[in-house]
Design a protein around this ligand. Structure first.
Ligand code: NAI
Length: 694
């Protein structure tokens, strides 16, 4: 039963009981209405308490009902709220832990609210590109005031219940047992003569509502350019302020229905479900046993090792950090401390927390100190010989059952596993730089990786707050393999007629956080150079423009050398287009007999994005990614792909795969067309007008 009905003294208790967070699915909604009617018909009942069982009052809509007929089947949430609000006997919502979205809207329909401290109160619909569609934009301002409500609705951010204790949202804060307090409160208000107060009848007091709303609009115009929902939230609130509750409510409904259809909301909902789906692996069920990870080892205290270690320290896991030389170890430790102290100076950590985290590190030069680690992550130089040395030693000293992970970005994880006699315990954990900041973790499943090893790493990823996506073994896994095709196109377009600043601007306008050339200057152009040198040797059929090599031969490695695709004057990080580089590009085209032409921004965006899409389709064909939404997650969390477009594969679905395929075939017939072999899946799905994200 999704709802229980019991009687305490002369108070009816309606308990929402739909784990995990009492989502307001159809049976829960129907159960509440039944409870209200039953209480109405029972002469022995004087008041009603609504409370949540388990971990929440209510987390809002039941996400398993999204896009199903049940979501809109009567009683809808609006009907439930009407029944609650219209009850002749007072209804008291007893709120603990979570009252979000529809859950909060339901509570706002009650006559009174009693809350436990520490409850998270929010209307997070905006994060899915929507607005609260069951009166939230109308009732919340009447309960907590215009400013607080607008901030909550437009940001979707939770606020702790005690912070709202002084507002009309809560009639009482309950320190002890919540149900006891709510029942006592209900019995007391039942003795008052009705009618009982309704939030909808309250006035919105504000000295200058127009001025406030205007400044909120200006702020949103700057910060939420690509998202229609925050604007609609403000519109709906304003309507209620100016024209009253009923008109506001009708307008809110209109806005909700319009927003559900927007591409931005579709993309945000896709991302929401894609994140959940990424954790589900077809042949590794959620009840797969996991190994216990209490102690972690990290090998290499360089750029990545230090960041990786911090992830575990932040989650309270002790880390043994190993280096080959004392000075490298000292440097690595100093970097970690410097980072934490900077956090403390910004007020994000206390000095005690800094010390506590530093105390969790055991620095060492001796492999023997890793013998007790349950998981060891390697982040040493990207050379197979060095990895071989490390994994052979790990095989000797690691305890049985320890998970051995490599952070390699390009090497063969199966080959690395083969340096050990325990290949089932080896896995890739590909962090992104800076490793303590970036959300993405590619979890690379080797041919022999045991299922419990995979399940353990996926679970651990949650603990260290990463978005983990499973990838199979291939050069570059999902993310870097795709980006290579994107970068190849960017370079081809340079020799065909574009310049770095134009390409960066076009793709940044499409919504990427940073274009390929600014990105490469930041990461270091020498990294790509090293990869290309390997390609020239191992995959000579994969042609590259020689322009990037020429840049590197000139020593222009990017920001770190003060010069790359752009100039960085006097240590500045601001990219200034470089005359010298532009001349070099034009000269290169001439040398090669390429007649430069003007390339439009549309072509730039298509070639860059469809290069990702086509390679993504190949990755699906080969089973390197098991679903298109995993690829989207990689690009949204690791590569700055615009969130409102939902990721490359979702974007391609939105454009229409027949259109994408036609463009790919077109480019295949142009200069540098050999880079465009259409993926079998793209051709097949285009022919059937299908989608990558079915
Ligand atoms: P780095 O050069 O900054 O750090 C490597 C560290 O490993 C150095 O401190 C070195 O002293 C230490 N080291 C070398 N051999 C060792 C050994 N046998 N035992 C113990 N320590 C040893 O390199 P970075 O950038 O941190 O890369 C490390 C790994 O992470 C590489 O496999 C790289 O491909 C991968 N990676 C790098 C990313 C990046 O953006 N830098 C992103 C994702 C993965």
């Amino acid at each position: 039963m999704a709802v229980q009905y019991t009687i305490r003294d002369n108070v009816a208790v309606i308990t929402l009981d739909n784990p995990p967070v009492n989502g307001l699915g159809h049976s829960t909604r129907a159960g509440i209405v039944e409870g209200i009617e039953r209480a109405r018909d029972d002469a022995g009942v004087a008041a009603i308490v609504m409370i949540g069982a388990g971990k929440a009052f209510s987390g809002g809509a039941d996400i398993t009902e999204f896009n199903t007929p049940k979501a809109t089947q009567e009683p809808t949430l609006a009907t439930v709220i009407k029944a609650v609000e219209g009850s002749g006997k007072p209804v008291v919502a007893a709120i603990h832990a979570i009252a979000m979205g529809g859950g909060l809207e339901l509570a706002l329909g009650a006559h009174y609210r009693v809350a436990a401290p520490g409850a998270q109160i929010a209307l997070p619909e905006v994060k899915l590109g929507l607005l609260p569609g069951a009166g939230g934009t109308q009732r919340l301002p009447r309960a907590v005031g215009l400013e607080t409500a607008l901030e909550m609705i437009v940001s979707g951010t939770p606020v702790k219940s005690e912070k709202l204790a002084h507002t009309a949202l809560f009639d009482k804060m309950a320190e002890g047992d919540l149900l006891d307090a709510a029942v006592r409160f209900a019995a007391r208000v039942a003795s008052h003569n009705g009618p009982h107060p309704k939030v909808r009848d309250r006035e919105i007091d504000h000295a200058d509502a127009d001025g406030f709303i205007r400044s909120a609009r200006e702020h949103i115009a700057r910060t939420a350019k690509h998202f229609p929902a925050p604007h609609k939230c403000i519109d709906a609130i304003e309507r209620g302020v100016k024209e009253g509750f009923e008109r506001g409510l009708a307008f809110e409904r209109e806005c909700f229905l319009a927003l559900v259809q927007t591409p931005e909301s579709r993309a945000l909902r896709h991302a929401f479900f894609a994140e959940r789906a990424a954790g589900k692996i077809a042949d590794v069920p959620s009840n797969t046993p996991t190994r216990n990870i209490q102690r972690v080892g990290v090998i290499g205290a360089g750029t990545m090792g230090g960041g990786i270690a911090m992830n575990f320290l932040n989650a309270g896991l002790p880390v043994v950090l190993l280096e080959t030389k004392q000075d490298a170890l000292d440097r690595g430790l100093a970097n970690i401390r410097r980072h934490y102290e900077a956090q403390a100076n910004k007020g994000k950590l206390s000095h005690e927390q800094v010390d506590a985290r530093m105390r969790l590190i055991t620095p060492t030069l001796a492999y023997g100190d890793l013998a007790q680690a349950d998981l060891i992550v390697e982040a040493v130089f990207e050379e197979l010989d060095v990895k071989a040395q490390v994994f052979r030693q790990l095989d000797d000293i690691a305890k049985p059952g320890a998970i051995l992970a490599t952070n390699t970005s390009t090497l063969d994880v199966d080959a690395i596993a083969a340096f050990t006699k325990r290949q089932g315990d080896v896995i890739g954990m590909h962090f992104f730089s800076p490793a303590h900041v970036m959300k993405l973790l590619e979890v690379v499943r080797g041919a022999k990786t045991e299922k419990d090893v995979l399940a353990t790493v996926m679970q651990l990823a949650k603990k260290i707050r990463k978005t983990a996506v499973v990838a199979g073994v291939c050069d570059g896994f999902i993310g870097n393999r795709m980006i290579e095709q994107y970068v190849r196109q960017a370079l081809f377009m340079l020799e065909e007629g574009a310049l770095p600043a134009q390409i960066d601007r076009a793709i940044e306008q499409f919504g990427f956080a940073m274009g390929p050339f600014r990105m490469s200057d930041l990461a270091g152009n020498d990294i790509g150079w090293a990869i290309r040198k390997r390609r020239y040797r191992d995959e000579p059929q994969m042609r590259y423009s020689g322009i990037a090599d020429r840049l590197c031969e000139a020593g222009r490695f990017g920001q770190k050398t003060g010069a790359g695709w752009y100039d960085y004057r006097d240590g500045s990080r601001d990219a200034t287009p470089s005359r010298a580089v532009d001349d070099m590009i034009v000269a290169y085209s001439k040398e090669r007999g390429i007649e430069r032409r003007s390339i439009g921004d549309d072509e730039i965006v298509e070639r860059l994005v469809y290069a990702l899409v086509n390679e993504g389709a190949k990755i699906l064909d080969e089973g390197i990614a098991s679903k298109a939404s995993d690829i989207d997650m990689v690009y949204l969390t690791g590569y700055g792909f615009p969130l409102w477009r939902g990721g490359p594969m979702f974007h391609a679905d939105a454009v229409g795969l027949p259109n994408v395929e036609r463009a790919v075939r077109h480019y295949a017939g142009q200069a540098n067309g050999d880079a465009w072999q259409p993926a079998a899946r793209l051709t097949r799905l285009a022919a059937s007008n299908g989608r990558f994200n079915a």
